[in-house]
Ligand binder design. Structure first.
Ligand SMILES: NC(=O)c1ccc[n+]([C@@H]2O[C@H](COP(=O)([O-])OP(=O)(O)OC[C@H]3O[C@@H](n4cnc5c(N)ncnc54)[C@H](O)[C@@H]3O)[C@@H](O)[C@H]2O)c1
Length: 341
């Protein structure tokens, strides 16, 4: 088949996530024509074929005209790299990793640039809210006229930026209301980040309050280490998501009890496993984000990402100032930098 029949892509950052982008693109039969990593050893480590151009400075790729760029370097560098591809490159589609940036100011700047460069498509690789499994749960609640009012995040030590940004995005997706405030306590254990000790992304615990008395309780304390679980609660339903083990359990109040006051809780709920549309697989789920960028109707998820990051930085401020942080938060909070990996 001629080269013209293939879509083409380039990758910036070839760490654990960059190689998943590589596999996702390969799965979708998108031709990878160039890869950048500032660390030369990564090309050898992953045995990159000789026909793929390799560079150590992403600026050498800004002049290329391909269909897509995947940016999977560490968070601090992604701000400038994403900005440069938006402003200086002809590439129309940009898939960039989460967390969005290392300060809320940079998150805001990226969001303004995405609005300004309307012809470009930017997607943050937070694929859960477009996963059929998550959409299925939302539809189940909707069909039963149930409203999610509480979300519980029970997570191992996973970093408020790294996994917190994902959990808050999921919380916002299900609670679907405005955030009012955040109270949080940052974990002071100082666990060394597995991606390098220069990265600082502590865990923590706290509560995010939303309009209409909705709440998200989270615990990413650094003294627990089992796979995360997410519990969504409505008046008559509960869904426990054990994502990594592909087990989504629904509990339901029996119909005849649904008319009774909430104090009637001494019963055995109906319990069943939700049938899933796909298994947990980061490569597969990254293909959802890539496909999104090629859909006819496209909407960036940068606004959702910004909302999740406001909660992440809100947690840090709440702990620093030892107080409740009201949303939308004050401009003086925009500058704080946290060096997420
Ligand atoms: N969406 C997801 O589910 C998901 C999963 C894992 C990781 N991630 C995110 O992806 C990002 C990368 O994670 P990782 O596990 O691959 O980290 P990593 O540290 O293993 O890899 C990052 C790579 O980027 C390279 N790099 C750093 N700065 C660069 C620059 N200026 N130019 C070129 N290359 C540069 C590094 O040399 C390294 O090879 C993180 O921010 C992480 O949060 C997302």
């Amino acid at each position: 088949m001629s080269d013209k029949n293939f879509k083409k892509a380039i990758i910036v950052g070839l760490g654990g996530m960059g190689i998943r982008h590589f596999k996702a693109l390969t799965k979708l039969k998108i031709k990878i024509v160039a890869i950048c990593d500032k660390d030369n050893s990564k090309f050898k480590k992953y045995n990159i074929p000789k026909n793929i151009k390799i560079v150590q400075n992403y600026k050498k790729l800004l002049g290329m005209n391909v269909d897509l760029v995947c940016i999977a370097s560490n968070t601090s560098s992604r701000f400038q790299i994403t900005k440069d591809f938006l402003i200086k490159s002809k590439i129309k589609r940009i898939l960039t990793e989460k967390p969005l940036a290392t300060s809320f100011l940079e998150c805001k700047k990226l969001s303004s640039l995405v609005k300004k460069y309307k012809k470009k498509r930017v997607y943050i690789n937070t694929f859960r809210t477009i996963s059929k499994n998550y959409i299925k749960i939302k539809q189940l609640f909707k069909k039963n006229r149930e409203t999610v009012t509480q979300v519980f995040i029970n997570s191992p030590s996973a970093g408020l930026g790294n996994m917190g940004s994902i959990f808050f995005d999921i919380g916002n997706f299900f609670l679907d209301d405005k955030v009012i405030s955040v109270n949080a306590w940052i974990d002071k254990t100082g666990t060394i980040n597995p991606r390098g000790k220069m990265f600082k992304d502590p865990g923590g615990y706290g509560v995010v309050r939303y309009k209409n008395d909705k709440k998200l309780f989270f615990d990413l304390s650094e003294n627990t280490a089992l796979p995360y679980e997410i519990i969504l609660k409505t008046q008559n339903f509960e869904c426990k998501i054990d994502e990594l083990n592909n087990e989504y359990i629904i509990k339901k109040r029996p119909k005849k009890l649904m008319l009774k006051p909430n104090y009637y809780y001494l019963f055995k709920p109906h319990k069943y496993k939700l049938s899933l549309s796909h298994r947990y697989d980061v490569v597969l789920m990254t293909t959802f984000s890539i496909k999104k960028l090629f859909e006819k109707e496209f909407q960036s998820n940068i606004a959702e990402s910004l909302k999740a990051m406001e909660i992440v930085f809100g947690c840090h401020y709440s702990d620093n100032l030892k107080k409740t942080i009201l949303f939308p938060f004050n401009k003086k909070f925009f500058n704080k930098k946290v060096n997420f990996a």
